[in-house]
Design a protein around this ligand. Structure first.
Ligand SMILES: N[C@@H](CCC(=O)N[C@@H](CS)C(=O)NCC(=O)O)C(=O)O
Length: 253
């Protein structure tokens, strides 16, 4: 299987994690933002990634990818357990549609304080050489277009930031009864999605690409990341990255 990605994207991380969880071998077809349209629009007119290309179809949404992969798993390893499916889906939808939008806006806003070289080193991981060679030549208009298309502005970041904290607080209050995962005793799509969507404010070492060392990051962003890491929900997400981003079954085709 081939996973078309923008490697830094947390929705793409969610799909990568799903493939790893299912023990499915895959090739990541990684592209820099905007360049990815050349590869994604063939399968999806909006040019959104992740896209999972199989022998017979192309699946064009991270949730659909997890559901597709779940079909091949035994009930005990499924990310959508039959008896909890509604609860899992409701949490997943919120993390994808609300929380993840704000964490992405926050990270893009803060990337602006980094140098072009640092940004391309981060975003270009795994992308073809020609994209990495061409991107610096048109970096400013590309980056401006990207910020514009994601509605990244100080105003929007300030407006969205409380939702990130509130979500962290509500995740930790859910876990306060001692349950190891959001829906109880087993790892589900709700956990995987929370951790993936939280990654832009946590920069976990196990993420599919390497984030810059925190010493390279301007103080304000670094302090915020450290605060999120120290929050119980941040610790929870980092634990999921450490302990649950691994295959649950032997590879099947
Ligand atoms: N609901 C989609 C969201 C995917 C998404 O927003 N992908 C972004 C990358 S973070 C994208 O492809 N953006 C390209 C664009 O909007 O042109 C999913 O879960 O897969």
């Amino acid at each position: 299987m081939r996973l078309i990605t923008i490697p830094v994207s947390h929705y793409c991380e969610k799909a990568r994690w799903g493939l790893i969880h299912a023990g499915v071998p895959y090739i990541e077809d990684a592209h820099l933002q905007i360049f990815h349209y050349l590869f994604a629009r063939r399968y999806n007119t909006r040019g959104m990634v992740p896209i999972l290309v199989t022998d017979t179809e192309a699946i064009t949404d991270s949730t659909e990818i997890l559901k597709f992969l779940d079909q091949r798993l035994p009930e005990s390893a499924k990310l959508y357990p039959k008896n909890q499916i509604q609860e899992v889906e409701e949490l997943e939808d919120f993390f994808d549609e609300k929380f993840g939008v704000e964490t992405r806006r926050w990270v893009y806003f803060n990337l602006q304080t980094m140098t072009t070289r640092q940004i391309l080193k981060l975003a270009g991981q795994g992308a073809p050489l020609w994209e990495r060679a061409t991107a610096p030549l048109m970096f400013s208009p590309l980056f401006r277009f990207l910020l514009h298309s994601l509605d990244v502005s100080r105003e929007n970041v300030d407006r969205g930031f409380p939702l990130i904290w509130e979500t962290f607080d509500s995740v930790s209050s859910r876990l306060s009864d001692g349950r190891p995962f959001l829906c109880g005793n087993r790892f589900t799509a709700a956990d995987l999605t929370f951790a993936s969507m939280a990654a832009p404010v946590l920069w976990p070492p196990e993420y599919g690409i390497k984030f810059p060392a925190l010493e390279e990051v301007p103080t304000r962003a670094r302090d915020t990341i450290l605060q999120f890491r120290a929050h119980p929900a941040g610790e929870f997400a980092l634990r999921l990255f450490r302990e649950n981003r691994s295959p649950v079954v032997v590879a099947q085709r």
